[in-house]
Design a protein around this ligand. Structure first.
Ligand code: FE2
Length: 234
């Protein structure tokens, strides 16, 4: 299997490329528009055909590369059915399969960070978007976020996966690249709570400032901007 993790410094975003092998089909999760050339170069080098691109949710801190990649490769754009994106080709529900050749991702509806957040489980790993981060959890104070939903998504769905499951989030701000369910259960300070109320109290008191450019990025991601649209706006 080919598995490649990209990192965007500007937004601390992880993007994942998955394929069963050289010369085969590929899928990308959570691309960043400014990195499009980097993804295309690797696809080209490995002779991969990008067939699917998936966003875990509507991002507020960067513009997704989903639409640009689809424009350049003809791949299908996938998000959860709750997504407000206007450019999605395939909308998945909870517990659906996304397949490329012999690789299967299972969608898990994990609202809380946003109301359209999904995680994707693949054999020994889970892509958690901003639902579960390494030593943290995604904020719940905008985009119809809800800390009680976040609690349920994490405790009743993500943490029920096998303990050895690798955790690959959409962001990390501290130099970590992956974790495991076991590690998060044991060490994530946000998860050391006894109830949903206690978790909600922590989330209520985070008092984070909004991402810069959020008011531009969220509508841009709903409309599915391309690089040409961005050049036009400059
Ligand atoms: Fe997010």
């Amino acid at each position: 299997m080919i598995f490649n993790q990209f990192f965007d410094n500007a937004s601390s975003t992880f993007t994942y490329l998955i394929s069963s092998g050289k010369g085969r089909e590929a899928l990308i999760i959570d691309p960043v528009i400014e990195k499009t050339d980097e993804y295309l170069k690797l696809l080209n080098k490995l002779d991969l055909k990008l067939v699917k691109v998936v966003d875990t949710h509507i991002h507020a801190d960067h513009i997704s590369g989903l639409n640009e990649l689809a424009k350049q490769t003809g791949c299908a754009k996938i998000m959860g059915e709750q997504s407000a994106s206007e450019v999605i080709d395939i909308r998945v529900k909870d517990n659906e399969k996304i397949k490329i050749e012999n690789i299967e991702l299972i969608s898990i509806y994990t609202p809380g960070h946003t109301d359209c957040s999904y995680s994707f489980f693949m054999k020994d790993r889970v892509f958690t978007g901003d639902t579960l981060l390494i030593n943290g959890t995604g904020r719940t104070d905008f985009q119809n976020g809800n800390s009680y939903d976040s609690y349920d998504s994490i405790f009743k769905k993500i943490l029920k996966l096998p303990e050895k499951t690798l955790v690959y989030p959409a962001h990390d701000y501290n130099g970590k690249t992956y974790s495991t369910i076991e590690n998060e259960k044991n060490n994530n300070p946000r998860l050391k709570v006894k109830s949903a109320d206690e978790y909600a109290e922590i989330m209520k008191n985070l008092k984070l400032s909004n991402p810069k450019m959020m008011d531009f990025f969220v509508p841009a991601n709903k409309k599915g901007l391309t690089i040409k649209d961005l050049d036009f706006q400059k």
